[in-house]
Design a protein around this ligand. Structure first.
Ligand code: ZN
Length: 161
């Protein structure tokens, strides 16, 4: 079996930035699982997975455009503290869920003032070139439910309540 449309692929990965600094790894956890061809993972990684088999190891470097996008400075906003009532003490670096007219948005706190908080709505990995060291640990056909839902179920995949 190879990684192609409608297959559930499991893999271990180590993610490093352009300086080779490790940012994240699945090695201490279960492998991650995703439904191939359903845009469950970033485009650059999904492309690199295409046609691979179990046991394959490879390294791929993905530009921001094919990862989490480029940074948009318009996503940095000043929010009145009174809009954030009930969150408790807010510290720089903290991730908050902001309610907006477009629905909940995850933001990173940049600066906390007396009346306002500067937040960054860009994905923390936006604008970054990312290198993934990947080892494919499993490939299986997607179940009917998985195809219907557009994501993988079970360990390393989507958990339903
Ligand atoms: Zn589902």
């Amino acid at each position: 079996m190879i990684a192609e449309k409608n297959m559930v692929v499991s893999f271990h990965y180590t993610l490093s930035d352009a300086d080779g600094v490790e940012m994240e790894s699945s090695r201490e956890k279960e492998p991650m699982s995703y439904l191939h061809g359903a845009s469950n993972i970033i485009p650059g990684l999904e492309q690199a997975m295409e046609g691979r088999a179990v046991g394959d190891s490879f390294s791929v470097t993905v530009d921001p455009e094919n990862a989490y996008g480029i940074r948009n400075d318009n996503n940095v906003q000043r929010v009145p503290l009174k809009r954030l009532k009930g969150i408790g003490k807010i510290l720089p670096g903290q991730i908050l869920n902001l309610q907006t007219q477009q629905g909940p948005v995850q933001v990173t706190v940049l600066k906390v003032g007396r009346f306002n908080v500067d937040v960054d709505g860009n994905h923390p990995l936006a604008g970054k070139q990312l290198t993934f060291d990947v080892e494919i640990t499993g490939i299986r056909e997607a179940t009917e439910d998985e195809s219907k839902h557009g994501h993988a179920h079970g360990p390393g995949g989507h958990q339903h309540d």
